[in-house]
Each structure stands twice: as C-alpha cells, then as structure tokens.
Design a binder for this molecule. Structure first.
Ligand SMILES: Cc1cc2nc3c(=O)[nH]c(=O)nc-3n(C[C@H](O)[C@H](O)[C@H](O)COP(=O)(O)O)c2cc1C
Length: 264
C-alpha cells in the first residue's frame, strides 16, 4: 500500500511530540500531511473517512509512565480507521506503559497500528539551572524519527491488505501502572507579568484566568509547564519545592542519554 496522505494527531503542550511527528512525516514527501493538534480544548478533529493509503500518526507525551488523562480523553474523540503509528515522547526517565497504552487506544478507536516509537524530549521540568534532556529532540533524534518514517513507508508498501498486518508487540504492562496526575500549578511573578494573556490562550486545560496574578485552577492544572515555557516575559515560574526537587533528582539520576526506541 502506498501512503498518499499522512494525518498527525497529537497532544503536545511543550511541542516536542509535535516536532517528532513532523520529522516522521517528512519521510513521506509525496503524501499530503494534515495536522490535528488536540492540545487545546475544542480542537478540530479529522473527518472520519480514512481510506487505504492514509497513515495516521498518533502522538502524546509520557506523564508518570502513562498517557496524560487529557490526551487520552481528547484522542478518544477521534473516529477513523486504517493504518496507524503510535509515538510517545518522554523526558529521558522512562516511558513505562505509555506506548502500549497508546497502541491499545489506537486499536480501540478502530485503527490498525503497524509501528510504534518512544522518543526523548526536553523534560517539562527542565530549567537552564537544572537541565533534563535539554534541547531534545536534537538533530540525531530527528534523524532517527526520519529513519523510523522510512521504515514505516517500506513496511506499508509491502502490505497487501490491512487484514494481513503481521502482529507486533510494543513494551509495556497491562494493567497499566497507576498515575493520578499532578496538580501543582506554576505561579505568576506579578512584577514581570504584562497581562498579555499568552498563558490563558495556550493552557491545554483552560486552567488559567486573566485576573490579577493570572490565577490558576489547582485541580485543572496538569503541571505541563507550557505557560512557563511560552510566557514572553518569564513571569510564569514553577516555584513549588516538590517540582524543583523532582527536577534535581531527574538531573542527577537520568543524566545518561537515552536513545529513541522504535518497533516496526
Ligand atoms: C506531569 C508530568 C509527568 C511526566 N512524567 C514523565 C515520566 O514518567 N517519564 C519521563 O521520562 N518524562 C516525564 N515527563 C516529561 C515529558 O514526558 C516530556 O517533557 C515530554 O517531552 C513532553 O512532551 P510535549 O513537549 O509534547 O508536551 C513528565 C512531564 C510532566 C509535566
């Protein structure tokens, strides 16, 4: 089967998942590429029709060795079918059950997964003082993503029908590990905040209001740190000791570079 259309469907608060999916898609220069970014509430969903020759690439970050609950909820709204690839991005600690969870979810939605990959992205809690996987995905990661794309293309071309996809296993345990999520919001440094509303617009869970100090809903916040990264004046800061300690731990214990793992 030749791939003439590639759909990227992802949840990616700090954009590392998006970047890896785009690098994979560049290995299909003949195909039309459509992007469905489900990071914000109410995002546009793809049309249901997915004929032969359409490849859907699902992507999400790893939170606590699982998919973030919000990614799972948004992806569950997707209807379709055909060939799929699943990709998770993790911050150089571990991806545990997240890849298997995304693989199972794609199947639940009616897709036939033909490949999976776990890539490394700068950890959401990384700071210039306490870096964790800083700068990743880097050139080598994006080349690995492109090579993954080429291998997926080869596999798809060899397939004569979707009922004939050879079985493949990706790592992970089921039942999946428990992860209750983190509700630890960043704070706003009032002396730096210019009330531009960037944080309000880009928050994946609409947890931030535009009042004085940009108050953040403790329950809705998923600690993704998108607001910290995108604040134009550096006013959004993660001051919570638990996150800072976690970053120090990650910086020390997960310093050794991990490489992307792909299953085709
Ligand atoms: C709440 C939370 C939990 C996380 N848990 C893990 C984890 O279990 N393992 C890991 O290696 N990275 C973990 N990370 C780091 C993210 O997986 C990593 O930063 C990823 O690149 C984010 O993807 P995105 O840029 O597409 O949002 C976590 C990040 C957050 C915010």
């Amino acid at each position: 089967m030749n791939i003439n259309s590639v759909r990227l469907i992802y949840f990616s608060p700090t954009h590392t998942t998006k970047r890896v999916l785009e690098a994979i898609a560049r290995s299909f220069p003949e195909a039309a590429v459509e992007q469905y970014d489900l990071t914000l509430p109410g995002a546009r969903l793809p049309e249901e029709t997915a004929g032969e020759g359409v490849l859907t690439i699902f992507g999400a970050p790893v939170y606590g060795g699982r998919l973030p609950a919000q990614a799972r909820e948004r992806l569950r709204l997707v209807r379709g079918g055909g060939m799929a690839v699943v990709v998770v991005l993790y911050g150089n600690r571990e991806f545990e059950d997240a890849l298997l969870e995304l693989w199972d979810l794609a199947q639940e939605l009616g897709y036939i997964p033909i490949a999976g990959g776990a890539f490394i992205g700068e950890h959401s809690f990384s700071t210039p003082e306490v870096p964790v996987a800083a700068g990743r995905p880097d050139t080598a990661d994006l080349e690995a993503a492109a090579e993954f794309g080429r291998r997926i293309g080869k596999k798809a071309r060899r397939l004569t029908g979707l009922d004939l996809v050879p079985s493949l296993e990706v790592p992970g345990d089921s039942p999946y590990r428990e992860w209750k999520g983190l509700s630890i919001p960043p704070e706003t440094d009032a002396s730096l905040c210019i009330r531009c509303g960037t944080c309000v617009r880009i928050c994946p869970t609409a947890a931030i209001s535009s009042g004085v100090g940009m108050p953040t809903d403790l329950v809705a916040c998923i600690a993704c740190c998108a607001c910290v990264r995108e604040c134009p004046t550096g006013a959004r800061v993660m001051r919570d000791e638990r996150i800072r300690e976690k970053a120090v731990w990650l910086n020390e214990k997960c310093a050794e570079r991990k490489e992307p793992q792909t299953f085709v």
